[in-house]
Design a binder for this molecule. Structure first.
Ligand code: SIN
Ligand code: MN
Length: 208
């Protein structure tokens, strides 16, 4: 694997998404998992309802000034968890990843944590609820492998897929910021990081 001068892997571009396979060491992944336990203790995972009244298969929670929520009123950023409390702070180790790879002068205002158990998936979508698309979305994968699909700026057309592994980081920015993307499925029992299995994806965004 090609490494850069900080001994981190170099990016591979897929349709302009920058994929850093194995960005996090095993020890960093374990530390991050434990940080997320604290976030989830303060802001429990919930199953969002789509505006169309269907429960999403992914469970989620957030850290930072804003969390991302969805219910009958629609998708949006919110300064409070559905239980009414503010979100916990973004763990410093997660901010450090953003500062290393985002190329953004600002820090993220939303750290969305998605938990995929076996059978969970996320349909093709664009990340377009933010007000300035000059800031990228940074995604961090932990736990079981996830099959990530990348499409185009509009629905339809050819897509490309790749497996995201525990410790991978992906930067969705620049000309690729508004490409459709999603998770087709996870591969159970491909990682031992999460004792009960499953996949965690963290996405970081500047919202305002
Ligand atoms: C997302 O696009 O919000 C999540 C992507 C992923 O789970 O890798
Ligand atoms: Mn997304």
């Amino acid at each position: 694997m090609t490494m850069n001068c900080e001994n981190r892997p170099a990016a591979q571009s897929i349709r302009g998404f920058l994929h850093y396979p194995g960005w996090l060491s095993a020890a960093e992944q374990t530390a991050l998992r434990d940080d997320l336990r604290d976030v989830v203790a303060a802001a429990p995972l919930f199953s969002p309802m789509t505006p169309y009244g269907k429960a999403m298969s992914v469970r989620m929670t957030s850290a930072g000034r804003f969390g991302w929520i969805s219910d009958r009123r629609g998708y949006r950023y919110s300064e409070t968890h559905p239980n009414g409390t503010p979100w916990p702070n973004i763990p410093p180790a997660i901010l450090a990843i953003w500062r290393s790879v985002s190329g953004s002068a600002r820090d993220p205002e939303c750290c969305l944590i998605n938990f995929y158990s076996e059978g969970a998936k996320m349909g093709l979508h664009q990340d377009c609820d933010e007000s300035d698309f000059n800031h990228p979305v940074v995604s961090i994968s932990l736990g079981d492998d996830g099959l990530f699909r990348i499409g185009n700026e509009t629905r339809g057309g050819k897509t490309e897929s790749l497996w995201l592994h525990s410790g991978d980081v992906m930067v969705m920015g620049g000309d690729a910021r508004l490409l459709y993307h999603g998770i087709d499925r996870i591969a159970p029992d491909t990682s031992t990081l999460l004792p009960k299995g499953g996949r965690i994806n963290i996405t970081l965004r500047v919202v305002t």
